[in-house]
Design a protein around this ligand. Structure first.
Ligand code: UT7
Length: 332
């Protein structure tokens, strides 16, 4: 990557990939003590996608990336940087990003790294990519991808009904167009909530052992209520912050493409932020919570469907494990 003039960044292409296999709430009724009615009422989720045996995180990421490159009319060799936001990497070492680099045919000298900010990952990724663009990079690939079905405890009804697999990607490119691009962004984290959403086993704090496996420590654990409250408060304040920074009022927001975790969270965020609820683009009914992938999947769907049109303001906001959260405002 060679330094060039500082510029603003703009998304020039998006893509997404979700596995074919659909797991419905009805299917889950056969696995754990739950009902379609409970899941719909408490979350808004009806079904989610599950990766095929043998399919891994970098496969899904590469599929989404190829679609984003095609939409941006770029080749993988045009990329100056690859950022993969994920908490479900192919393996602890090396990064998933290097597998994506080779799978899509990017240059072997293209820098590539993973970024772990859980559900906040795509907002973090866009913000980091924007800084690289301002520092001289021309095209940066940002991917949000999760294969949560492999780390979910399928015997725990409080978590297994929530999550799904998928990938979304965006190409951020340098632009001189003052009318379009990323306008403002904000990132935050509060480690006091670290134990509210985590996979406690399998890392350096609790290496894999027969005991950790027996105690199911390598699966997702969540205090849903604590995360719910943190999400409502912080998503609303981060959203208002990026609007204020860009001089855009809540009534001027054309679209909110939020992290898709729970409909009730988004109802509350709409109420607190003063952004009309019908401006929120939603697809969690079909995919569940895909963590860092949820915003780029929804963004790509909304763009391809023609819902988001040129010149419209689009607000993205997400909060997840950490807790880590952020918001990004752009003009499409
Ligand atoms: O993406 C990262 C961020 N994650 C989130 O944003 C998730 C945030 N949290 C949430 O979305 C919600 O807290 C949940 C959907 C996870 C849970 O909804 P809730 O309304 O907070 O339910 P709760 O945890 O307070 O549980 C209420 C009841 C409990 O029963 P008791 O103790 O009242 O008898 C649970 O055992 O619902 C029970 N329950 C279920 N019942 C049927 C929990 N899960 C289920 C289930 N089916 N799947």
């Amino acid at each position: 990557m060679t330094p060039g003039p500082s510029a603003r960044s703009r998304i020039t292409g998006t893509g997404h990939y979700v596995p074919e296999k659909v797991l419905t709430n009805r299917d889950l009724e056969a696995r754990v003590d739950t009902t379609d009615a409970w899941i719909m009422e408490r979350t808004g989720i009806r079904e989610r996608r599950i990766a095929a045996d043998g399919e891994c995180t970098s496969d899904m990421a590469a599929a989404a990336a190829r679609r984003a490159l095609e939409a941006a009319e770029l080749s993988a060799t045009d990329l100056d940087l690859i950022i993969v936001a994920t908490v479900t990497p192919d393996m602890p070492l090396p990064s998933t990003a290097v597998f994506v680099q080779t799978k899509i045919g990017a240059r072997p000298d293209c820098p590539a790294f993973d970024l772990a900010a859980a559900c906040g990952g795509f907002c973090y990724g866009l913000t980091v990519a924007d800084r690289f663009i301002r520092g001289g990079a021309r095209h940066v690939l940002v991917i949000g991808v999760e294969l949560l079905s492999r780390v979910v405890d399928w015997s725990d009804r409080t978590t297994c009904v929530l999550f799904g697999d998928g990938a979304g990607a965006a190409i951020l490119s340098a632009t001189d167009d003052p009318a379009r691009g990323l306008l403002s962004m904000t990132l935050h984290a509060d480690g006091h909530y670290a134990s509210a959403l985590r996979i406690p086993g399998g890392g350096s704090a609790e290496p894999v052992s027969e005991r950790s496996l027996a105690l199911r420590r390598h699966f997702v654990e969540m205090n849903g209520r604590e995360i719910f409250k943190a999400a409502v408060k912080n998503l609303a304040s981060a959203s208002l912050r990026v609007l204020e920074d860009a001089g855009v009022s809540p009534s001027e927001v054309d679209w909110v493409v939020p992290h898709q975790a729970n409909l009730r969270i988004l109802d509350a965020v709409a109420e607190r932020s003063g952004i009309a609820r019908e401006r929120f683009y939603l697809n969690l009914e079909r995919y569940g919570n895909t963590s860092s992938a949820s915003i780029p999947i929804a963004l790509d769907e909304a763009i391809r469907a023609g819902s988001i049109t040129r010149g419209q303001s689009v607000l993205m906001c997400a909060l997840g494990g950490g807790v880590a959260w952020g918001a990004v405002l752009m003009r499409w």
